[in-house]
Design a protein around this ligand. Structure first.
Ligand SMILES: [Zn+2]
Length: 273
């Protein structure tokens, strides 16, 4: 009799734990869209979460300090080469699990770039714009047409205010060099990520450019997004950010003619949306 009671208790406990876990992973549990917020926008809004005090327009544009933001956490030094890297707490938890799983198969995953706010991205963008940093070996001041110069930078770097690295959901893994991912070590890492990253919520954002992803940055085998959070942020970006918000850096006048929102922010692997 006592054994039956204990067995029943164990079954009940298993059901509670199992369903609790599943509910936690269910994207339907995310906050519902505010029906009133649709009025001033043209975009479909039924599934778009509303902006709130922690994730507002400034957040989407990277205009905040990750180290002071309550949703962010400093990356454990054993997971990264960056001295003061930050990501969203959910991303840290998921990456830690993925890192441990990869290690058991002899694959070492290291975060080499994480959250970069507007100012950090502005430093990268403007150094390429004004030629103090070469872009793929080229001094871009030799390109006089502003749109053409911006297009060259946009092969691999985002305009400030349009980068997914602003959100704390996106990380670069092991190297940002295409050459590394052609070495046996790099290919082993990439093959592992391709086969396993989705189990941990990560998706390769910039895949080969083809009919499924006709516009945007060049292929980046190193750049992975934590989609349970980033897919919501992408919806919010689409709904709330306009070209008038993408300002405050050299060459910002090219954002609208190059349609960077449609061609770059939304030019991602459809599986990551
Ligand atoms: Zn990246």
């Amino acid at each position: 009799m006592k054994t039956i009671k204990i067995t029943a208790l164990l079954v009940l406990l298993t059901v509670i734990l199992c369903c609790g876990q599943r509910a936690g992973n269910n994207r339907n549990n995310q906050p519902k869209a505010d029906p009133t917020s649709a009025e001033n926008n043209n975009q479909p809004s039924e599934t778009t979460p509303p902006l709130d005090s922690l994730v507002d327009k400034n957040y989407l544009l990277g205009k905040f300090e990750p180290s002071a933001h309550p949703l962010f956490v400093k990356i454990d030094p054993k997971l990264t080469t960056i001295p003061n890297g930050y990501v969203r707490k959910e991303v840290h938890q998921a990456f830690e699990k993925m890192h441990a799983a990869a290690a058991t198969e002899g694959v070492e995953l290291t975060i080499v770039s994480a959250t970069r706010n507007f100012n950090a991205q502005k430093r990268i963008w403007e150094s390429k714009w004004n030629g103090t940093r070469l872009s793929e070996g080229i001094n871009l001041t030799t390109i006089k047409d502003p749109e053409e110069r911006a297009r060259m930078i946009l092969r691999y770097s985002s305009m400030p205010g349009t980068s997914r690295h602003h959100w704390g959901t996106d990380i670069d893994i092991n190297s940002v060099s295409p050459a590394y991912f052609k070495t046996p070590a790099g290919m082993k890492v990439y093959n592992w990520l391709s086969g396993n990253a989705h189990h941990y919520g990560f998706c390769q954002t910039y895949t080969t450019k083809d009919s499924l992803r006709p516009t945007g940055y060049e292929e980046e085998p190193w750049h992975w997004s934590y989609t349970p959070v980033s897919s919501q942020l992408l919806q919010q970006y689409r709904k709330y950010i306009r070209f008038t918000d993408i300002k405050g850096f050299l060459g910002d006048q090219t954002a609208e003619p190059l349609d960077v929102i449609n061609h770059y922010v939304l030019g991602v692997n459809p599986d990551c949306k």
